[in-house]
Write a protein that binds this ligand. Structure first.
Ligand SMILES: *Cc1c(COP(=O)(O)O)cnc(C)c1O
Length: 447
C-alpha cells in the first residue's frame, strides 16, 4: 500500500502542473488557478449533495421513459399537420410523469419561455378575469405580456386585469395582503420560482407549495401557475408535486439538457394543458396537430441529460458564489445557502464590473469566443443589457452564459455550463479579467 501511494503522488503533482499550464493557455495566472483550487477544496460536500440530486433525477427521467415505452420510433419526426406523431405524444406523457402532472404540452412550436408563459396565461384567462402575482414583480418580459408595460396584444388589452402583492422586506410572502388581494375575479395566480433579474431569494419548491396551499384555502378553484424557468432538476421535487396547476418552462434552459434547439413546455392539470393546446394551435385542433419535424431525438436525449447538465451548472454557481463572496462582492445566493435554481447573482456596484465579468465568460466559450459583448437595448427589457453567450444553441442559457442590466445595483446574473469543467473555466476567466482590469486586486480583494 505504502509503495503504491508513494508512486501515485508525483504523478498527481504532474497532472496538476499540466492542468495549470492548460489554464495558462487561456491567460489564467498561476495565482488565479490556485485560488480556485483552494475554494474548491471547501466544496466537496456541496458537490456530493448536488451529485446525489442528479442521481435521483436521472433515475426519475429513465423510469418515466421506460414506463411510457419510449422506443426508437419515437425519435423520428412527422411533417405537415403532424397527426399521430408518436414521438411527440409519448414525450408529452414522459414530461407529465417527470413533473407528476396529468398532462403536458411540449412543443417546438412554443418558441421560448416567455411564449410558454404567455400561452399558459392567455389560454386560461378570459376577459373580466384577474391575474394575481403574490410574490412581487414577474420576469421583465412578462411585463409586456401582462400589460404592466403597454404592449400590443397584452392581457390588459383583452380586458384581463392584474394585481400584484410585493414580498415583505425580508423576502417572504405577505400573506395578509395576499388574502386581501384575492376576490371573485381572481382566476390565475402566477408564481415565479427563480429570482430572474431581481436580487430576492429564489423560492424552494416547498415554499411555493406553502403559498399555493394558502391561496387555494382562500379560493380553491384558482389556477396556480409556476414559472419554473431555471428550476428544473435542481431539487428532487417540482412544482407539480406541491399542487401547482401548471408548471411552465423553456427547453433552451434546464429540461432541454443543452440539446433541444428550441421549445417550451407546460405540464399541468388536463384542463389547463388542453386550454393551452387550443390556444397554441386552434380551437378544435388542440394537441392533435403540430409536426415535430426533426427535433424529437434532441428533446428526448436532452431531457435524459438534463439532470446531470443541471448539476454541472449548479456546481458552477456554487463555485462562483464562493469565489466572489471571498473577494468581497455581495452574492445571491450566498456561499453556503441551499439552491433552488441555477442562477448566481454577483453585485459589482459599478458597470465596469458587470462588463468585465461578462466579457470573461464570453472569452471562455467554445463558440464565438473571439467576440467582445457590449451593452445594448434588448427588446423586452427596459435598460441596456450586456449578455455573454458563446452557445451552440443561440441564446441558450443552460449553456454557460451571463447577463446583466446596466443599471444599479450593477449585478450580473450568471448561469449554465453544459459541463462543470466549462463553468469552472468561465468563472476563472471572469476573475482573471476583473484582475487584469483593476477591479479586483492581485491578492483577491475588491477594489
Ligand atoms: C428565462 C426566463 C423567462 C423567459 O424565458 P425566455 O426563453 O427568455 O423567453 C421567464 N421567466 C424566468 C424566471 C426566466 O428565467
Amino acid at each position: 500500500m505504502e509503495c503504491v501511494k508513494q508512486r501515485q503522488k508525483p504523478q498527481e503533482d504532474g497532472k496538476k502542473g499540466r492542468l495549470e499550464e492548460q489554464y495558462g493557455q487561456f491567460g489564467i495566472s498561476r495565482e488565479v488557478f490556485s485560488f480556485g483550487r483552494e475554494i474548491l477544496s471547501s466544496l466537496e460536500e456541496r458537490f456530493e449533495q448536488i451529485d446525489e440530486t442528479a442521481e435521483y433525477n436521472q433515475l426519475k427521467v429513465i423510469q418515466a421513459m421506460q414506463e411510457c415505452r419510449v422506443g426508437e420510433a419515437c425519435l423520428y419526426g412527422t411533417t405537415g399537420y403532424g397527426y399521430n406523431d408518436l414521438g411527440r405524444d409519448t414525450l408529452e406523457e414522459v414530461y407529465a410523469r417527470v413533473f407528476h402532472t396529468q398532462d403536458a404540452l411540449v412543443r417546438p412550436q412554443i418558441t421560448c419561455g416567455t411564449h410558454a408563459l404567455a400561452l399558459a396565461l392567455m389560454s386560461n384567462l378570459r376577459p373580466g378575469d384577474e391575474l394575481l402575482s403574490p410574490a412581487g414583480k414577474p420576469y421583465d418580459t412578462l411585463e409586456e405580456v401582462i400589460g404592466i408595460r403597454e404592449s400590443k396584444g397584452s392581457l390588459k388589452e383583452y380586458g384581463i386585469s392584474y394585481r400584484q402583492v410585493d414580498l415583505l422586506a425580508d423576502g417572504t410572502f405577505d400573506y395578509d395582503s395576499i388574502r386581501e388581494a384575492i376576490h371573485d375575479k381572481t382566476k390565475v395566480v402566477t408564481i415565479q420560482r427563480s429570482k430572474g433579474y431581481q436580487t430576492r431569494p429564489t423560492f424552494s419548491v416547498t415554499q411555493i407549495g406553502e403559498l399555493i396551499a394558502f391561496v387555494k384555502q382562500i379560493k380553491p378553484d384558482v389556477i396556480c401557475m409556476v414559472d419554473n424557468c431555471y428550476g428544473e432538476f435542481v431539487e428532487t421535487i417540482e412544482p407539480g408535486d406541491v399542487g401547482a396547476d401548471m408548471t411552465v418552462g423553456s427547453l433552451i434552459k434546464n429540461p432541454g439538457g443543452g440539446l433541444a434547439p428550441i421549445g417550451g413546455y407546460i405540464a399541468g392539470r388536463k384542463e389547463c394543458v388542453e386550454n393551452a393546446a387550443y390556444r397554441l394551435t386552434s380551437p378544435g385542433l388542440g394537441k392533435e396537430v403540430g409536426a415535430s419535424l426533426g427535433v424529437m431525438s434532441s428533446f428526448y436525449q436532452g431531457l435524459f441529460l438534463a439532470p446531470t447538465v443541471t448539476a454541472g451548472a449548479l456546481k458552477g454557481a456554487v463555485f462562483a458564489a464562493n469565489i466572489y463572496e471571498k473577494i468581497g462582492f455581495p452574492v445571491i445566493p450566498n456561499s453556503y445557502e441551499s439552491r433552488h435554481d441555477i442562477i448566481q447573482a454577483v453585485t459589482f456596484g459599478k458597470p465596469e464590473g458587470v462588463i468585465a465579468f461578462c466579457q470573461g465568460i464570453q472569452a471562455a466559450a467554445p463558440v464565438d469566443s473571439y467576440v467582445t459583448p457590449q451593452p445594448w437595448d434588448m427588446p423586452g427589457y427596459d435598460s441596456k443589457v450586456i449578455m455573454a453567450a458563446g452557445a451552440f444553441v443561440s441564446g441558450s442559457s443552460i449553456e454557460l452564459s451571463a447577463d446583466g442590466p446596466i443599471a444599479p445595483p450593477y449585478a450580473v446574473y450568471f448561469q449554465g455550463g453544459l459541463t462543470w469543467q466549462h463553468a469552472k473555466l468561465g468563472i476563472l476567466k471572469s476573475l482573471q479579467n476583473l484582475i487584469d482590469q483593476g477591479i479586483v486586486s492581485a491578492d483577491f480583494h475588491r477594489i
